[in-house]
Design a protein. Structure first.
Lengths: 345, 345
């Protein structure tokens, strides 16, 4: 028991965020190189960024460049007639700023979910209630409700019809609804953006980070009706994303052939992931086509087992037996995963 | 008079912000191509960005990458012992967010200056007093004072000794001082960051946009003591700039040879600009090594004159006879400037 407590303590940083390859490498110095990072829900095969003119580093994006990017986003995501798209330098910043825009004293968050939402509202002085389902409409103590849909890490997805009916009723009394659709690109039918009209006070977040695999680009979008959209524009100014990011995002969002092919590949890879991990005795709990959530038998520290072999997966401090696995990038990574799985049982 | 009013109205958008080449091109359809953009204070010869791995688009910057970048910034700018550097996705966003972090009802701004400061505070609900010199210390109605140093567009620079003495006294009664040092790279001796200790409540802004010529990169820094720095970190999250931007900024800030050479070149080019425009009858009013502010004789619309020749300069709605000229990027641009100057008199 002592050894396991020790491991648990040492690896605490790996159960807070994904992607901390540098921390993993310093904890597991004898792990084989290179590390295979399965600790995020990011598409490992990103939209293929072409070589771009260095002029894009120099000049500020023009208003016309921004307009082209938001038009491409509207085309790719859909856009309710009363809503506007405001680019943000990564949806994380939008999450952090939401409590400054949509002030609320009491906030409900569908949990468990991506930790930044609760952290941002608590930093903003709000009381956060973690809920395990959509609240009853009479919960008038909650001024704002945050839903990640599809959810991370369990993939829970509220069907479009259910969420839109709820959104209409919930916001009718002036309450806010925030829907983080960071993973909706693989479930476009679930997006609130398919609505002809966004209910007043609803804010939807989208991102280029996950599905397009461009997390390093820091491009996201806040979609809201006025006056919210104007407040976001005022907060972020005329050049919220870099010229380079604007150009890349526009081309990626317009690439319907790549989008269709990526959806098909991710779905196939996710099936393969379930097969591989299922054979190793891990039970599928949920996920999306970008990641799976698995449960291990009691007594097996899956994070430690894979980290010793140079494969980083995501653990959760609050759910010690659950692990999120992203998709391997290539056949070599799949092979390493399968080999390490064979020694798990 | 009628024609001049007409021109004035048509070119209004060119007297609000620099860099609006697309607007200029649509207004002056018969101007020779390519446009020479002298409407910004951005170094036209940017730090030479190498070809970078597309992996930087994919992964989030690591905490260690961010730490390397802020260490490089501390080395390049200097850093008071009690202060911390928080990266921001462009200092414009910091300017917009300042009223949310440093709440104040009444704000003083040394004017005329970059318009975003006043706009952001007014958007945040503050009463803005435009001052033409540092206020007397007994001005206790002002909770916050904003100083751009060196100033844009006139280059007014408060000497280090004067500003530090003022900063100590001003902040002693709990008032805030915000110093936007976007142009301080060409006047490093004027920076507040040379202080061993930053006075409590002082916030300094720096940026990669102007001197390094990387405006399209959207990298800036907020420098503040705790608890302010922690508030900024909380607002912006763990990945405030892209992986690519982080890598480029780190290398640029460490390139002391380029920095020294760029300072020398900019100083020489600024002298040449004064000579060229002086011969054309424009009077130097001020500036920095990145731009000059010039005054024309009454009755000459300099913006219109140069725009007809495909050269965009910056006009000011509030100062019709004043024009800001940035530096031409190459000999061809200098030649075009000189030719058009010859027809100005």
């Amino acid at each position: 028991m002592h050894v396991r407590d020790e491991i648990w303590k040492r690896t605490a940083a790996l159960r807070i965020h994904g992607g901390r390859i540098d921390v993993a490498a310093s904890l597991y110095r004898f792990a084989p190189q290179p590390w295979v990072d399965l600790s995020t829900g990011i598409n490992p095969i990103c939209w293929p960024v072409p070589h771009l003119s260095s002029a894009l580093y120099q000049r500020l994006p023009l208003a016309a460049d921004m307009a082209r990017m938001t038009a491409a986003a509207a085309e790719a995501y859909g856009l309710p007639a009363n809503a506007a798209i405001v680019p943000v330098p990564g949806s994380e910043i939008a999450i952090r700023l939401l409590p400054r825009v949509a002030r609320a004293k009491v906030v409900g968050i569908l949990a468990p979910t991506y930790g930044s939402h609760a952290a941002a509202w608590r930093d903003g002085g709000a009381e956060v209630h973690e809920l395990n389902a959509l609240p009853e409409l009479r919960r008038h103590d909650l001024e704002t409700l945050v839903v990640v849909n599809p959810n991370n890490p369990d993939g829970r997805t509220i069907a479009h019809g259910d969420l839109t009916a709820f959104a209409q009723a919930w916001t009718m009394t002036g309450r806010r609804l925030i829907v983080d659709e960071a993973f909706a690109d693989v479930r476009p039918e679930a997006s609130l953006l398919a609505l002809p009209k966004l209910p007043a006070g609803t804010v939807v977040l989208r991102s280029l980070g996950k599905f397009f695999g461009l997390a390093g680009l820091r491009v996201g979008f806040v979609i809201a009706a006025e006056p919210d959209a104007a407040i976001w524009r005022g907060l972020l100014g005329d050049w919220p994303v870099s010229g380079l990011a604007c150009e890349i995002a526009t081309a990626a969002l317009r690439d319907t052939a790549w989008i269709a092919a990526a959806r098909a590949r991710l779905a196939a890879d996710r099936k393969r992931l379930d097969d591989v991990l299922g054979r190793a005795g891990l039970k599928v709990i949920g996920g999306t086509d970008l990641f799976g959530l698995f449960e291990a038998r009691d007594g097996v520290d899956v994070l430690d087992h894979f980290a010793r072999a140079g494969i980083l997966v995501r653990g959760f401090a609050a759910a010690p037996q659950r692990y999120r696995f992203g998709l391997p990038a290539d056949e070599a990574a799949w092979q390493r995963l399968e080999v390490v799985c064979a020694t798990l049982k």
